[in-house]
Design a protein around this ligand. Structure first.
Ligand code: FES
Ligand SMILES: [Fe+2]
Length: 349
């Protein structure tokens, strides 16, 4: 399998209206359009006639019309020229799906499984799209370690002065990497403590599993009393997809869900949705600011001085190369064992 062979989100569905939209996936320019009957299609964003961008054209009924000479293309890419009716032409198409409030694209002929959303009992509270000026690997690095949370984040994560108390565990399988963190929580305002039901001695719990076809992490965030096991009133589950636009930019799609013990069929999802949209958008923008500011955007770990939280970098790279990009495993070392040697073993149950 190659990068284009996985089902990947390329646009939030609410952003595809009557006009075609240009997106970029793994270095390929793709045009998305929605026909008058509501069908969604994806074609290579180049007219086979004289290479105009099809995304600058318009939707006419069930077809996309190129703005240069008026040739039109249906959802399968089959083209017609008004000036040469017998001429056969075809634009390259992609398989496309509208699901979970997003438009998903893959190459024709590949047969990957669609990512499984395990959201029974959860309510969708917001869906977000951000763009980082950094390659896939460096974006995944940022979203898969919590050492940056004290200094980068306002809400999620752990306090800097107690970071040494945070326990971290890594649980890789052949196709996934699970990371489990537990430690003292950050200061949370009285309002949020009340809304989320966070107790005075609750710890912050932060666990996620990263998958690689396509590349995405499923995060569970909650607060918990370490002695009694009592949990906060609200849990968050985030599906975050990391989608390369090309070798230098990555789109980050966030699908946010909550499960709460509030009364009502949606468990206060409307209030939580408003809160989550604000908080999450802000927190992810902070991550994007960090990524945009990196001095060196070389995706390799060789030469980095890595900490006990960074073991995941090598585990992820191995699976990105092998499963997502379809390369033979190249083995990633990095300076991990030396740093790890002096650290206590993770004690997470
Ligand atoms: S370039 Fe598209 S119709 Fe001519
Ligand atoms: Fe972050």
């Amino acid at each position: 399998m190659g990068c284009l062979d996985h089902w990947q989100p390329v646009l939030l569905a609410r952003n595809l209206g009557k006009k075609p939209v240009a997106v970029r996936l793994c270095g390929k320019d793709v045009v998305l359009f929605r026909t008058r009957s509501g069908k969604v299609a994806a074609l290579e964003d180049i007219c086979p006639h004289r290479r105009m961008r099809l995304s600058l054209g318009s939707v006419v009924g069930e077809r996309l019309r190129c703005m240069y000479h008026g040739w039109t293309f249906d959802c399968e890419g089959a083209g017609e020229s008004p000036a040469s009716p017998k001429l056969y032409t075809c634009a390259q198409k992609y398989d496309v799906l509208e699901k979970h409030h997003a438009i998903w694209v893959k190459s024709v002929g590949s047969t990957p499984e669609f990512p499984a959303f395990e959201i029974d009992g959860y309510h969708n509270v917001c869906n977000l799209q951000h763009r980082a000026q950094a390659p896939l690997e460096l974006v995944v690095d940022n979203f898969c370690e919590i050492e940056h949370t004290p200094t980068t984040h306002a809400f999620f994560g752990y306090p800097l002065e107690r970071m040494h108390e945070v326990e971290v565990g890594f649980y890789p399988t052949d196709r996934t990497v699970r990371v489990v963190n537990r430690g003292p929580r950050k200061h949370v305002s009285w309002f949020l403590r009340a809304v989320l039901g966070i107790g005075g001695n609750h710890q912050f719990r932060d666990e996620w599993t990263t998958h690689f076809s396509p590349v995405y992490s499923v995060y569970d965030h909650w607060w918990q009393d370490p002695d009694s096991g009592a949990e906060s009133r609200v849990r968050f589950r985030l599906y975050i997809f990391f989608v390369p636009r090309d070798d230098e930019e990555t789109t980050i799609f966030t699908f946010a869900y909550t499960k709460s013990r509030y009364w009502g069929p949606a468990g206060g999802a409307r209030l939580l949705g408003w809160l989550m949209r604000r908080k999450l958008d802000y927190e992810i923008r902070l991550d994007v600011g960090i990524l945009n500011g990196l001095a060196d955007k070389n995706p390799h770990v060789e030469g980095m001085k890595l900490s006990r939280f960074d073991r995941v970098l090598g585990l992820n790279r191995d699976r990105i190369n092998r499963i997502y990009r379809g390369f033979a495993s190249m083995g990633v070392t990095g300076d991990i064992s030396e740093v790890d040697a002096g650290m206590p073993r993770p004690k997470i149950s």
